[in-house]
Design a protein around this ligand. Structure first.
Ligand code: VGL
Ligand code: ZN
Length: 185
């Protein structure tokens, strides 16, 4: 028996056009993700949404010596999920990278995501969200290491591409690590 869960990674305002760390076309995945949500919801399968949830002095911010402009600061509009994302009331929100001194790209890093999935007897996860070359890649990689079967939805992800091709490289790496790739219509 396969028990399946959906993991939506960091579909937050700051990673969408107009946000402080905008991913090109980040918002274009919202309809794809909403369709996935509907499918999982109708099948009674659990849905998890991770969010980057930084304190204002997070170590990844440029003013603290990190690589990124301030983004997804706790309790700001930028940290909210995209307004068109139709997250059902039963979805579980997983906050990550919540300590000032520690970066965490993966939704599994420093969270109880793995134990929650295992408690629900989930063995297979479908991953979508932002950004392909950071938090999606990290979440997929840790999901595989935790022993889950992982499918990435190719049209349900978008990347930062600090260097051109980073997202493509990330997807190749995910596949090499054992992830399957699917299309969400
Ligand atoms: C992310 C850069 C910094 C992500 C989070 O969600 O992919 N990227 N913080
Ligand atoms: Zn971040």
């Amino acid at each position: 028996m396969t028990k399946h869960a959906l993991i939506i990674v960091d579909l937050q305002n700051d990673f969408c056009p107009g946000g402080s760390l905008a991913v090109t076309d980040g918002d274009k995945i919202v309809p794809v993700v909403n369709r996935l949500i509907r499918t999982f919801e109708e099948a009674g399968q659990p849905i998890f949404a991770t969010r980057d949830w930084h304190p204002a002095n997070h170590c990844s911010f440029q003013d603290q010596g990190g690589p990124w402009p301030p983004h997804c600061v706790q309790n700001t509009i930028g940290a909210e999920f995209h307004p068109d994302l139709k997250l059902p009331p039963g979805a579980t929100v997983i906050s990550k990278a919540t300590s000032a001194q520690r970066e965490a790209y993966s939704g599994f890093d420093g969270t109880d995501l793995a134990s929650r999935l295992k408690l629900a007897e989930v063995d297979t996860v479908t991953v979508c969200g932002l950004a392909t070359d950071y938090c999606v890649k990290g979440t997929v990689s840790d999901g595989l290491s935790e022993g889950f079967k992982v499918t990435v939805v190719e049209n349900g992800i978008r990347g930062v591409n600090v260097k051109p091709g980073d997202s493509e490289k990330a997807l190749t790496e995910m596949k090499r690590n054992g992830a399957l790739v699917a299309s969400g219509e």
